[in-house]
Design a protein around this ligand. Structure first.
Ligand code: ZN
Ligand code: ZN
Ligand code: FE
Length: 751
């Protein structure tokens, strides 16, 4: 029995070797027909014995090429045609938003073997790539994803490369960045005056300089890195000074998984993550007594470790480095540098040398950062390797752009059932970041051919992302409350649509009552929400200034608890507290906040932790790292049963902590108790919410849920009470995730 099938495939199926894969499958099963790219993905017709066409259909899903992501396959029987063979038809026309672009991908094993093979024509060629690996998103200027629309347009393929590109049997068939030493890009080593450093091999010369303790700016896939030898304490310290980065941990790159295992405790899951195609930075617990510089991550026992992902990095790491610092090339919190000239301008006072190349980067993309917690991979910074792979959502409707928040900003373009989140843009606190934000908004529209009908923004009037949204014309504008967006973001990635209890533990976000929220229990769905409970609002002396100086918050919380009758604890002798007491006492510039992040700051500081921080979350991170896994002992707490809004008493917690301090408990002991207390407290308040609403599904969101003890403890405790508990995995729990939630809320509200 013969049959002919018409098969329609959607997803990431272009530029990933899907057509030759389908052709090879068809030939193996002796089927005739054709395969072609279409505006929506790939169209296939196959004809032959029914058993064989069904086997074809099955293998199409099961054995698809590594970089493809199939989101939809529809097949139907159509009349026989009787063609003689199977052909690959050339692309025609334009792609639409449904045609997805593949993320950038680490160099594959086959390419690495060729690169280190003396007899291969690409021996030690740092731009080797194939259909299964290499740059994608970062080199695209426009769609369709074809060489003339990428930064490879400046390089004409030589005969040999062209033949590979044209041959369906070749593993470089239609690999747009295909290149070789004869026809492709090249690296060059320059000093800070832009003079060429004469050497036989610029990569080897770079390795030499790094070993001498120099700082080298190295052009990578999504931007420049600043590199130094991670074992050289002087070099690391110099980099900190020049970069204006006091204590925030530096990520390091190691040669291979064995080297990583020498430095950190690595589980099976973490090993898979390190070695994955996305090669993110993985946050790992370090082993003591390693020979790395102590300045890499002062006071922090976690290290961000990654493996090489470009051919150039593999070549560099082969010069026997234990580890290299590979940090985004920028000054302080500015966006990462991508352009050669820009690098010389902006990095001139930081880098001693520049290892550059002439393949342009069109879209900057930092390294992604992930952590494995509570049995899942959790995104902390979703960028290179993951972008622009969509988050698939259940709803369909208007095309919406979400502009995100202020810190760790991302944008999100929601079209049909696909939410495309942008790469990490960063903190919108300087003009460079704001420009990057604006160009990314335009770029998303262009690449996905989707003009937003609605723009969703955060309610905070001071955010640049909000101000930009409000300037846009001919589009509907919807303001979204910050923590509602967190809730919706967690619902979206977990495919939830019914109302949930949202436990949103966060830094700060603008509330509907114009105060600063941040420790919220919300009941809601995409359409609306109710504020069920929050932490008791406390004064934040100096507003944002308090965020950088947790001791101020601690003084304020103690004053709010005890008034002028302050307890005798060592903390109060550490600082000049009078100005803060006056501020809070007279209610000067002391906005109220229910933030959970600030509560962590205050508690950490009053127990003798960080008085002032050098990077976001430092006090809370060090406080957490001092804790033991779990504790039977908990602090006293209370939940005030106000009818409209329940309040979790902060003053009760503070009193209870002071009692422990007076009893001589250590920083670590109190941290352990504090974490255990929050878990019990969260469980209790969620039980109250269930009692009133009957809802049994809980979502956990907000930056505080990057805290491993809280995340693991709360999930376990709530599951133990029979709740259906969801946390973030694909998108960050921090503000990097809120653009997703904004888009879904805006869409539903306009329905
Ligand atoms: Zn490859
Ligand atoms: Zn060539
Ligand atoms: Fe937030």
């Amino acid at each position: 029995m013969k049959q002919r099938l018409e098969i329609h495939v959607e997803g990431i199926v272009q530029g990933v070797g899907f057509r030759p894969f389908a052709a090879n499958l068809a030939k193996r099963e002796h089927l005739t027909g054709f395969v072609s790219n279409s505006s929506e993905g790939v169209e296939i017709e196959v004809e032959g014995e029914k058993k064989k066409t069904q086997a074809f259909l099955n293998d199409l899903k099961e054995k698809a090429p590594p970089l493809s992501v199939i989101t939809k396959i529809i097949s139907q029987e159509i009349p026989l045609v009787g063609d003689k063979n199977f052909t690959i038809l050339q692309s025609n026309g334009h792609s639409k938003v449904t045609t997805l672009i593949s993320p950038d991908t680490a160099v594959c094993k086959d390419c690495l073997e060729e690169m280190f093979d003396k007899d291969n024509r690409r021996y030690l060629y740092p731009f080797i790539n194939c259909t299964n690996c290499g740059p994608r998103y970062t080199i695209i200027e426009n769609i369709p994803y074809d060489r003339p629309y990428t930064s490879m347009k400046h390089f004409t393929m030589c005969k040999k490369c062209q033949a590979e590109y044209d041959s369906p049997d070749n593993r470089r068939y239609h690999a747009q960045p295909n290149a070789c030493p004869d026809c492709g890009p090249h690296v060059e080593l320059l000093d800070s005056m832009k003079n060429k450093v004469v050497s036989n091999d610029p990569v080897e010369a770079t390795a030499e300089l790094l070993k001498q303790g120099k700082i080298v700016a190295i052009k990578g896939l999504g931007g420049f890195h600043l590199a130094v030898d991670a074992c050289n304490d002087d070099a690391v310290t110099l980099l900190r000074t020049r970069k204006g980065r006091e204590e925030k941990p530096f990520a390091i790159m190691v040669n291979n998984i064995e080297s990583a295992k020498n430095l950190a405790e690595i589980s099976e899951e973490e090993e898979l993550l390190l070695c994955s195609r996305q090669t993110p930075i993985v946050l790992l617990n370090t082993k003591l007594n390693n020979s790395l510089s102590k300045s890499l991550a002062p006071g922090n026992n976690r290290r961000g470790i990654m493996l090489p992902y470009t051919p150039l990095q593999y070549m560099l790491m082969s010069f026997a480095f234990k580890a290299l610092v590979m940090t985004s090339a920028n000054y302080s919190d500015e966006p990462i540098c991508i352009d050669n000239n820009e690098a010389f301008q902006r990095l001139n006072n930081i880098a001693d040398f520049f290892l550059v190349h002439n393949r342009d980067i069109y879209i900057r993309s930092d390294d992604s950062v992930v952590i494995h917690l509570a049995n899942k991979t959790r995104q902390i910074r979703r960028s290179r390797g993951f972008i622009p792979q969509p988050i698939f959502v259940q709803s369909d409707g208007l095309t919406v752009l979400g502009t995100g928040g202020e810190l760790k900003n991302t944008l999100c373009l929601l079209g049909r059932n696909q939410a495309i989140m942008s790469q990490h843009i960063g903190d919108l606190e300087n003009i460079e970041a704001y420009n990057f934000f604006q160009s990314t908004a335009k770029h998303l529209e262009r690449l996905f051919e989707a003009k937003p009908e609605v723009i969703a923004y955060d309610l905070h009037p001071g955010y640049l992302s909000t101000q930009w949204a409000l300037e846009q014309q001919e589009v509907k504008l919807i303001g979204v409350q910050h923590h509602h967006a967190h809730l919706a973001s967690c619902m979206a990635e977990n495919n939830l649509s019914e109302p949930v209890i949202g436990l949103i533990m966060d830094g700060t976000g603008y509330g509907t009552d114009k105060t600063i929220w941040g420790g919220e229990v919300l009941i809601g769905d995409f359409k609306e929400f109710n504020r069920f409970a929050c932490f008791e609002p406390m004064p934040l002396p100096g507003g944002d200034a308090a965020i950088k100086a947790p001791w101020r918050t601690a003084v304020s919380y103690l004053y709010k608890t005890y008034g002028n009758d302050l307890p005798e604890i060592p903390f109060l002798k550490l600082n000049d507290i009078n100005s803060i007491l006056q501020m809070v006492g007279n209610n000067i510039n002391s906005p109220l906040t229910s933030s959970c992040g600030r509560l962590f700051d205050a508690v950490a500081a009053m127990c003798g932790g960080r008085q002032e921080i050098r990077y976001e979350g430092q006090a809370a991170i060090e406080f957490m790292q001092a804790a033991e896994h779990s504790s039977e002992n908990i602090l006293e707490f209370s939940i005030v049963d106000d009818k409209d809004l329940k309040r979790i008493s902060v003053t009760t917690l503070v009193k209870s902590i002071v009692k422990e301090l007076k009893a001589g408990k250590s920083f670590g002991e109190i941290s352990t108790m504090f974490h255990a207390t929050l878990v019990v407290l969260f469980t209790e308040v969620v039980l109250k919410a269930k009692k009133e609403t009957g809802i049994n599904t809980v979502v956990l969101s907000g930056g505080v849920f990057q805290n491993m003890f809280l995340l693991e403890g709360t999930i376990t405790a709530l599951k133990g009470k029979g709740f259906d508990v969801h946390a973030h995995s694909q998108v960050p729990a921090n503000d990097g995730g809120i653009s997703l939630g904004q888009t879904l809320i805006a869409r539903e509200q306009l329905k």
